[in-house]
Design a protein around this ligand. Sequence first.
Ligand code: FMN
Length: 220
Amino acid sequence: MELYDVMRTTGAAREFTDATVPAATLHRILDHARFAPSGGNQQGWHVTIVRDRAIRRRLGELSATTWARYLAESIAGYRSYNPVHPAPADLAVPDGLPANAMLDHLEDVPEVLVVSVDLRVLAVLDKDLDRFSVVGGGSIYPFCHNVLLAARNEGLGGVLTTFVVASEPEVVPLLGLPEGHALVAMICLGEPVHQPTKLKRNPVESFATIDRFDGEPFTV
Ligand SMILES: Cc1cc2nc3c(=O)[nH]c(=O)nc-3n(C[C@H](O)[C@H](O)[C@H](O)COP(=O)(O)O)c2cc1C
């Protein structure tokens, strides 16, 4: 595919056919994704390809618990899991919330990749600021997105999910993550039932300005 086409059509796919992902294809995806940038070129990523059904079930259950809380916070009027305006910790999670089909059938997803990062190689330039830190993610999420871009280029699709990260203490022993490694994402991949082609995104003028945040919108 042409690069711009891939960039403009790599949407979140959460429903997959039964088609398996050939090992050579998955290897090729990772072999291209590894050219992602990272601070100091430290490449602190690790990909655990989870095939064991019992482990997948546990990852699905843990993710589904967080999904329920995410929904409950949203229904209560909060931006879910927001660090600036957090929902109260004791917010009740009601019964009967909509299920998350992909998480409930995680065993059947063609490939499940859990991405982790070695925290000891990160340089986090905002770590001492008096606000929530974001820079560390910049050394690992470009790699994750490269996986999705490469999958799209292979005619596959997928989604990056972070629900499981909230359960890191349970996932660390489940996957045998070494000390000092953190969960980043769970990426589900496969042949999508529907390949998204038209993504809803804001125009350049809505987020790019000249000289100052409140400057003129950048247009051509
Ligand atoms: C950091 C990050 C975390 C995300 N976490 C989840 C998640 O936990 N579950 C999920 O279904 N999608 C997750 N997504 C996918 C987003 O929901 C998706 O990219 C967004 O809604 C745009 O969807 P579209 O590309 O289909 O338009 C995540 C995406 C990013 C970049």
